[in-house]
Design a protein around this ligand. Structure first.
Ligand code: NDP
Length: 337
């Protein structure tokens, strides 16, 4: 059983060498008396929150990885053997699994059974998995969006951002996204239908950039990055605007997070800024599928994935999220069947 093992806790930017390829032993049968499933992992998801699990921070919203054990993350897998009456051999599932070829999963209550297989299975790491639910819950439940409002999304071409922008367009909003390369900016405008997009790395003055695209201000900011971008957005918010704080990726590798300077704007503009965690919204998953599957089939939503081939490519793929190497949702294919 090939595995990607987490070496030890990390400070600063994570490196490929913080993880190592090893060969372990995992039986292909569920041990007698264990309520669990043995799965073959097909697709693994690289997600920014995994950086928090590389810190020795117990009691946080996710537990740290265990040094010397395989990395743990979302994935799509096929059940090979089951000691749980809710699952049978051949079932396809998505949920928490290991970065390895085969895993024994005992927390089966956290697995979702995949019922719709007429879409790419890898979508269950992104569009139809945790990031998709994040975009859905964050936009519809936290942003209180209304038709015609002005929406800004940062890290807009990523797993979550590309969907937030498309949901906002489907509702009839004016949508602008920021991303870190020309290729991503082109995708935002030409593939995902954003009204405007800009490369934040090429803007000397983010405040001026936002004023260019939002002369009347921003009603909704879907926050994925934090730092300077958040400060520039705060001064450009409209009266009674909403900020959904989904992520702050620019801060994840800093030992001391940067300060935010313009919080007073929340008061003067009566802005509601609210953080959220997708884990609190999984009860909406059936409703989410009912909404999103037809959008996919009718071609109303597109989704771009960045697919890395082979388990051994997983460490570089994960680390690449923090330099913006991924174009779209970062997936790792272990095997296609
Ligand atoms: P992405 O697919 O967007 O990948 C990360 C992207 O972030 C990179 O491609 C890069 O794009 C951008 N980025 C990296 N470093 C920086 C930086 N210093 N400043 C600005 N942008 C940067 O990731 P996801 O869509 O999966 O996640 C987006 C955000 O949502 C993250 O902050 C994540 O933690 C959060 N999240 C929160 C959840 C919740 O429950 N609250 C659940 C899931 C995700 P670029 O080239 O544009 O810089």
């Amino acid at each position: 059983n090939k595995q990607i093992v987490f070496k030890d806790y990390v400070s600063g930017f994570p490196k490929e060498s913080d993880m190592v390829l090893k060969t372990g032993t995992t039986g292909l049968k569920v041990p007698q008396g264990v309520k669990g499933v043995v799965v073959k992992n097909l697709y693994l998801s690289c997600d920014p929150y995994m950086r928090s699990r590389m810190r020795d921070l117990r009691g946080s919203y996710v537990e740290p990885f265990t040094p010397g054990s395989p990395v743990v993350g979302y994935g799509v897998a096929k059940v090979l053997d089951s000691g749980d009456p809710n699952f049978k051999e051949g079932d396809l599932v998505w949920g928490m699994t290991g970065w390895e070829e085969y895993s024994l999963i005992t927390a089966t209550e956290t697995l979702f059974k995949i019922q719709h297989t007429d879409v790419p299975l890898s979508y269950y790491t992104g569009l139809l998995g945790m990031p998709g639910m994040t975009a859905y819950a964050g936009f519809y439940e936290i942003c209180s969006p209304k038709k015609g409002e002005s929406v800004f999304v940062s890290a807009a071409s990523g797993a979550v951002g590309q969907l937030v922008g498309q949901f906002a367009k489907l509702l009839g909003c004016y949508v602008v996204g920021s991303a870190g390369t020309k290729e991503k900016v082109d995708l935002l405008k030409n593939k995902f239908g954003f009204d405007e997009a800009f490369n934040y790395k090429e803007e000397k003055d983010l405040d001026a950039a936002l004023k260019r695209y939002f002369p009347n201000g921003i009603d909704i900011y879907f926050e994925n990055v934090g730092g300077e971008m958040l400060d520039a957005v705060l001064v450009n918010m409209r009266l009674r605007g909403r900020i959904a704080v989904c992520g702050l990726i620019s801060q994840y590798n800093l030992e001391k997070p940067e300060g935010v300077h313009n919080l007073f704007c929340l008061i003067t503009k009566r802005v509601r800024m609210e953080g959220f965690l997708v884990f609190d919204y999984y009860h909406l998953y059936p409703k989410f599928l009912e909404t999103v599957l037809p959008y996919i089939k009718e071609g109303k939503i597109s989704y771009v994935e960045d697919i890395a081939e082979g388990l051994e490519s997983a460490p570089a793929a994960l680390v690449g999220l923090f330099s913006g190497r991924n174009v779209g949702k970062q997936v790792v294919v272990v095997t296609k069947e």
